[in-house]
Design a protein around this ligand. Structure first.
Ligand SMILES: [Zn+2]
Ligand SMILES: [Zn+2]
Length: 135
């Protein structure tokens, strides 16, 4: 019998782990707990002729503190990952799935759901994608 101990790689920012260092590097770059994150979802949209990527996380937090949750979503082009990254700094639940427990005024941030926002984002993306294919 042989045993193999394979290394596991963990994100510096959250507790995600993966057996592949390159997959983990990719995750770390866009991790919503990484203050210097480069958003993969925003990059996807931009590649596709969409809006410029959302401003860095700290800028989004500044906008949210100054002008509220809705203004921040707009600045983030409604990108669920960028919104989650900003909300996570306000005690948003670590699993990112269920709303509630967000510090600050109840201006929509308390009922926002990453799961729902992500579903809507992908639905948009897929319908745009099928439109492109039909030309
Ligand atoms: Zn992570
Ligand atoms: Zn984004």
């Amino acid at each position: 019998m042989r045993t193999a101990m394979r290394p596991r790689y963990y994100c510096d920012h959250c507790n995600k782990g993966n057996g592949s260092p390159s997959a983990m590097k990719r995750h770390e770059r866009g991790c919503t707990l990484n203050p210097q994150r480069v958003c993969g979802m925003c990059a996807k949209q931009q590649d596709d002729g969409g809006p410029d990527p959302a401003p860095p996380r700290d800028e989004l937090i500044r906008i949210m503190d100054a002008d509220g949750f809705k203004a921040m979503c707009e600045a983030a082009n409604d990108c669920p990952a960028c919104i989650l990254a900003a909300l996570r700094t306000k005690n948003y639940p670590a699993d990112g799935e269920s709303p509630g427990g967000v510090a600050g005024p109840e201006d929509g941030r308390e009922s926002w759901s990453y799961t729902q926002a992500k579903q809507a984002w992908w639905a948009d993306w897929n319908s745009a994608e099928s439109e492109r294919r039909s030309y």
